[in-house]
Design a protein around this ligand. Structure first.
Ligand code: GDP
Length: 314
């Protein structure tokens, strides 16, 4: 990355849509995306990194627009064949062409390549010009603790179990013990602007913030600008409404602002949440109300432009 580039903290679908807008309004060669790896795990012996792949496929223009993950028009022949052999644990959808990414990644990691190297290789193969960095190369699995004490990883909670609302706590201790990937701290220190994508504040952005040193660097700057993933008191998709209460704040753009106020200087919220501009400004944050539901790449580009402008990078 050139000195003084833009760094974006990212989870999956919401982040990917926002980044698709961002690369339309800035030079992607100056963008570094630090991506959550707390949802990563092995399926059938293959290393799967859901958020890295969603961001890669979206920036490459090949993502399945209906689901927001996977490759457009992919087939599922391998999964169907596998289900005949072992129906009990085939619950995570992996398309045939998507599986090529996981096969490649697994083999390269086994051969001694780092996750940063493999991520760069995959990005280059898909023609992605922004630099994608996994938040860490160490194990950093997010654990969801249910009210009955059961502990599951994030994909088991979300996909296998259907994201029930009996969440007692979110355990980010693995991220807290992991090292940020090489380049993450440097990028955050030297960036001319830091943006926080509209992603789950607990299990996507929260994991990145839990890595040793990350929050401290961001606090020292205190100039990041975030886009709220919560519109009208509800997430656009995903289980943020079931997870945000574990952090002791309400499910709203104001609740997200409370979680980010120590390291952000500004926040973009949706026009439907206009009445929260005052309360957010009372937290010593600049706030703007814009259209944030990214129904088209035009809306995403406009939102990205406003966010960059608030961060003083446009
Ligand atoms: P996940 O891995 O799919 O949970 O990916 P994210 O970390 O991106 O989390 C999804 C979050 O993105 C949810 O909280 C959604 O509300 C948010 N999101 C998805 N699409 C949009 C959108 O168009 N606008 C905004 N503001 N948020 C969005």
């Amino acid at each position: 990355m050139s000195e003084g580039g833009v760094v974006a903290l990212a989870g999956g679908v919401g982040a990917a849509r926002f980044l698709e807008g961002l690369v339309q309004v800035m030079d992607p060669a100056e963008l570094t995306v630090v991506v959550n790896t707390g949802d990563d795990r092995d399926f059938f012996g293959l290393r799967v990194c859901p958020d890295l792949d969603i961001v890669t496929y979206t920036l490459a223009g090949v993502v399945d627009r209906g689901t927001g993950w996977g490759i457009e028009g992919d087939s599922f022949a391998l999964l169907e064949a596998l289900r005949r052999l072992r129906s009990d644990d085939v619950w995570f959808n992996l398309g045939d062409r998507d599986l090529a990414t996981h096969v490649h990644r697994t083999q390269r990691l086994r051969d001694g390549a780092s996750l940063c190297e493999v991520t760069a290789e995959v990005g280059a193969a898909f023609g992605v010009r922004a630099r994608l960095l996994p938040m860490t190369e160490d194990p950093a699995a997010t654990i969801i603790v249910r009210e009955d004490g059961t502990r599951t990883d994030f994909e088991e909670y979300l996909v296998r179990d259907g994201a029930p609302d009996d969440v007692a706590a979110v355990d980010l201790s693995a991220a807290a013990a992991a090292r940020p990937a090489p380049g993450v701290i440097d990028a955050l220190e030297s960036a001319r602007a830091v943006l926080v994508c509209p992603s789950n504040p607990i299990v996507s952005i929260g994991t990145i913030l839990a890595l040793p040193g990350v929050r401290a660097v961001l606090r020292a700057r205190r100039d990041a600008v975030a886009v709220s993933p919560i519109i009208g008191g509800r997430p656009v998709k995903g289980p943020a409404d079931r997870l945000i209460p574990t952090a002791g704040v309400e499910v709203s753009a104001l609740g997200v602002a409370q979680l980010y106020r120590d390291f952000c200087s500004g926040m973009v919220i949706d026009t439907v949440d206009r009445e929260l501009l005052g309360p957010i400004r009372d937290l010593d944050l600049r706030a703007r109300a814009e259209q944030t539901l990214m129904r088209s790449s035009r809306i995403a580009a406009d939102l990205a432009a406003v966010t960059l402008e608030m961060a003083g990078a446009r």
